[in-house]
Structures are given as structure tokens and as C-alpha cells.
Design a binder for this molecule. Sequence first.
Ligand code: MN
Length: 367
Amino acid sequence: MCYGFLNVIWALSIIPHMIRLTINKVPTLFIKAFTAIDVQTIMEFVRKAATFYSGSSNKILFIDTPITPATVEAVEKLKFERFQVIFRDHHGIDGEPSNSREARVVEATTKLNNLLGVDCHITIRRLHPACSTLVSIGEFKDAIAIIADPDADGLTAAMKAAGISYPELDDDAAKLDGEPQFQVTGSSISQLLAKGMAVLPSYDVSKPKEREIAQQNLFTDWLKAVCGNEPALIRLQAKISLYDDATKVSQSLAKTAITIAPGVVLVDVADKALFDPGTLLSLLENDPECRIIVLRKSLGPIAALHGIQYSLSVTKSYQNKINLHDLVPAQAKSDPEAGIISNVSFLLHTSESIWQQEVLPRLKNLQ
Ligand SMILES: [Mn+2]
């Protein structure tokens, strides 16, 4: 799971999102499990993989997958069906939980530890910036299936586990799973993945499968390119100019930023050309006074339902000081229908009406 900019919340939303790849003969499902349907998808994927499996292990590896109640349920069901589940992840809570979401993660972590014992290794990102460091090369090449997070960290970790790696993979994975400005700083092969991810189309309600298909193709090509496939490499390189154009759009968008409250900047990106969010956010973060960045967007899970969405993120150095949950009513639930999505304290997405009625007045009074 990525460090936590806007794409994270996109992925945490209600939109089903999954990718299937066969890595070194190991069927791999990339999914974030949040709903009963996600649990069912995992079960069906594993059962099908098991019917085609000719080896002698009964291992299922979960790697970099969010520690949610749905994930726990999938693991329980797999155990019940006599699979050996091995769980490796770095999303454990570092210290005491500071909000209800973190408390739920701690609860689910305890359940997984109790269910799996030594087969469960949940650590923290500070110690393991990338999940690839939690497996050795080929450690799970005989597994029946791998379930991984649908991002670059999940992909690199699953590849290494299945036996496909290269010397810089761990270092690249840490960058790919880090903040946007560092994601594109890895080895040349890693940059192809990072830049490809940066220019994936945003979720568009009129083309609900477009982003998922684009990401499936990107993962497939990158896996092939790492294995030395020349046509895949050429296809990935062709995306670089798209990325370069998107960074130029970000540079011009950054110049349109307006300050709407002390340390709060807003950029209207609605209906604009494809831009790179990482470049835009890092340009805005260059101002040490900048505390909160607001993007007004025409694409995204709330925009899909309400037309427009406001996506707020707290800049790195203020993340311990500002809790965006303070900008909405205390009893507010994270619910796209109601116009609010927020799973972490430093990211918040709202509809136009919640923005006008709740968020903006509170922002103006923010200390
Ligand atoms: Mn991760």
C-alpha cells in the first residue's frame, strides 16, 4: 500500500479493483479486501488456483494486503478449507493506535496473529519500507497462490516471493512505496513502473473499467520487462513521454494555486489535462508554510456520485499536528454517498456541499 496520497483513498473506496497475473507460474491476485464480495473473490481465486496446482504445498501467501476485517475473514475461511496461509505485511501500527481506524487495524492484527501463529509476520513501515524485504527470492515459488496489494509494493514483493527479482528490487520497492516525489527515483526499470502508475487514468464513472485494465496491462508489461521481454520494455518506454507531458501540466497547475486560508492552498484540476499528482503535490509542498493542499477534481469516487470532489491532504511536516477529521462533524462517517471519504487523518475527500457547508468554514478557523 502506498504511503498515502490521493491514489490511496481512491483505492480504499467502494470501487472494485483487482488484477490477476501469473508470476513464475504462481497465480497472483492483487486486491484490497474491504467487502464480502472481495472475500468471495479471494476464495474463488484460491480454489481455482488449487484445482490447477500440481505441486505438493498448500501455501497461500498474503503480502502487503491491508489488515481489514474482510482480510481476516478471507484468511479464516482459507484456513477452514485447510490451506496454509502465510501473512507478511508492514502495515502494523507503530506504537499506540491514535484513532479508531488504527484501533481496528490493531484488533485485526491480533486476530491474524492468533489464527496463524508463526506464519503471521506483521511489522511496521519504519522497519520495512518495502514488503519485498519480508520474503526471500523464490521463497513462495511453490505456493498455490499469492494475494497481494494492487500497487507497486505488492507487485515487487509478489514477484520476489515467486522467484522473479533483480539486484535493485528492494531499494526500488522502498522508493515506489514512498512519497510521490521519491517514487520515480529508483533504477531505470523501476522508473518505468513508477511513471506508468503516475499516468494511469483516474477513475471515471463513464468508463468504470478503464483504470483497472490500464493497470493490469502495466503490471503485465513490467513483469515481462523485468524478465527481459523487449516489446514490453518498448511499450513501457512509450509511456515516458506521457509522464513528461503530465509533469508539465502539473507545473502549470501549481502556478494556479490560490491560498484560501492560512497555509491552505487550492488548485482546481477539474476537467484539466492529465497531470502527475506526485509532481503537483511536491511543488506545492516546497512552500514550508503550506499545511494543507486541496485539489478540486472532476474525477474520483465522490465526483462520480456528486459531480465534483475536494481532495485534501496534509503536508508531511504537519501530519502530526493537523487531523482532517476535525474539519467535518464529529459523527460523520466515511461514506461516498454522504460525500465524505477519510480513512486516515491526513487525507479527506468531500463533495461540493460538504466542502461549502462544513469544511471551508472550519478551515478558515484552523489554528
Ligand atoms: Mn506496501
